[in-house]
Unconditional design. Structure first.
Lengths: 130, 130, 130, 130, 130, 130
């Protein structure tokens, strides 16, 4: 048995419930994803991760949808299947259309290609870019 | 000797010059970056890569600045130093402020952290996310 | 058909059986994992990989549990699902508690975040660190 | 100009200085690394990152040296040159001998090899490991 | 619902069918893989990706089997399960024997190991290699 | 001081010299690369790594040049600058022409792009590929 059990709301400590409540209120949803239920096995990590994420993902110079697109780009590059599924769903909720999704994928694909070309060809950084 | 020489405009074939001209016209700049000068050793790759990039990066459902931010997110995740330098410069030209840059980095950082947590904890995808 | 069949002990050559026997004796288990049964299709690779692994994972300046934690850290960073499952189980056998597992995950998460920040912000190495 | 300037103590805001002071006190050093001086351009990120890092790296079920070894393992897997240099130095301060460093590298190397073998051979997870 | 529906030939636009026809003719197969059916949701991406791939994978200084082996090496390093499955099948069709597959995996494994050793030990590039 | 000193032949132990001699004889060169001089700080690792590498890279079902091309593909995907430089040089010695190098880079680039597309679009593996 390697995977961790999930901490369901009904059996959670007050400390964990407080974070779950804040997640549900902030995101206007009535349940938390498996990710949080697993992290909740380490209540300090649950609290720290949620508070950092909440701060980072709040609207600022970038709108919430753009932040989700960046999140997906990182998740695809890292190859995290869970994260791709959950942040693609989150982006849809924030208004990602099919057209935006396709453009996102196309940019990720091209960037991955030119990243490898620049690395493989050992291109030196232009003085003007330093 | 491992790195490739760079193909300077003055010594380039008409085929390569045509691509260089199109890059400079499209981007409103008067020189091409080292990346293109190195790829130009393979003229077919130069033409194919530029035409794909031009098509992918043109304004569409996403604006050019957002596309550059996604490009940076991928480049940081891949660890391509050249690409980070060149696309950070490109994003600046398209209006990236310090505030946007900081938010971009913060999202990339958080996504990288939660990507690893989801992977390491072997979180199963929620039925609602499938 | 892309995946390789597994070489079961009952049908294995004497050469392969000798490695399986050594794995089982060394690890005090009565069966080998699927990983070895698949690698066994290439008997030279089976022998080479096992002998290197045995040498590397033996107790030394670092104890076996610490080595397993490092193994997990690499496997999570690489995104190898099989390796995460098998080395998490191995670490449990060597005494990894839930508390250790949570701290391991927290360090992996933070390292992944600061790795990307250092890369994205293009931080120069301090002279004192060279 | 792509890289960010560094925020030196002498010119830092009281908010940034408070974090710098805490870093120096906690680590018993008399200066902060370039990493922090660059992140300090985003004071909220500086504070959030440091407080998370401080919490995660404090002694717990794992001792500080083991945590640094895990940090190095992640940094090598990510390919973050800055992070490898800074955390190798930090591990040295916490007692990493040459022998420990060599064993760390050997485990990282073997894990990277078997990660790819398990992935490339598409090994299915053993029922006993689920 | 996160994943995209697949565009089946029977319901595809003439533009998409033309690409499907070219894939089937070029590869001498009577159906296209799921990859293409999903990308086909973005017809411009389908056409661009297929035309680039066709050009890159055609026989040249390297034969088609060698190109497939390189494709597998990249896919294993990236950790793309779909790509490993599809390109392993493609390589089999182009003559990859079990012996070749084992040697391919062994090289990928060793390269992954020495890559991390060179990175972790921070080996400086020899002047003769520059 | 983070990087390891290099073990020069003149000051090496007989055990290390024996490996250096074998490397030079096998490769028909009169000096070993920095990689080996750094790994030599851990003589057991030097011997184990060299013997595995020698076995893996010997001519077999795949010729030495093809093996070097695969090595480069992995090194580019991992982003190991040292490894790209050293294996590009090694491939040149084994007959890699500019044309081969360009085709190698083009395949690596395309594979990196389609890897991300398949991952980001969450393409399911075709039953025929399992």
């Amino acid at each position: 048995m390697a995977a961790m059990r999930m901490v369901e709301y009904a059996y959670a400590s007050p400390e964990v419930r407080a974070v779950y409540d804040d997640i549900m209120t902030t995101r206007k949803v009535d349940a938390v994803n498996n990710f949080w239920k697993v992290i909740a096995n380490d209540p300090a990590a649950l609290k720290r991760t949620w508070e950092s994420l909440k701060q980072v993902m709040q609207p600022g110079a970038l709108d919430p949808l753009t932040k989700e697109l960046i999140y997906i780009a990182v998740s695809v590059s890292t190859g995290c299947g869970y994260c791709i599924a959950s942040h693609t769903a989150a982006a849809r909720k924030r208004g990602m259309t099919d057209e935006i999704f396709h453009e996102l994928m196309a940019v990720i694909g091209m960037a991955s290609e030119t990243n490898r070309l620049a690395t493989g060809y050992q291109v030196e950084i232009d003085p003007s870019l330093k």
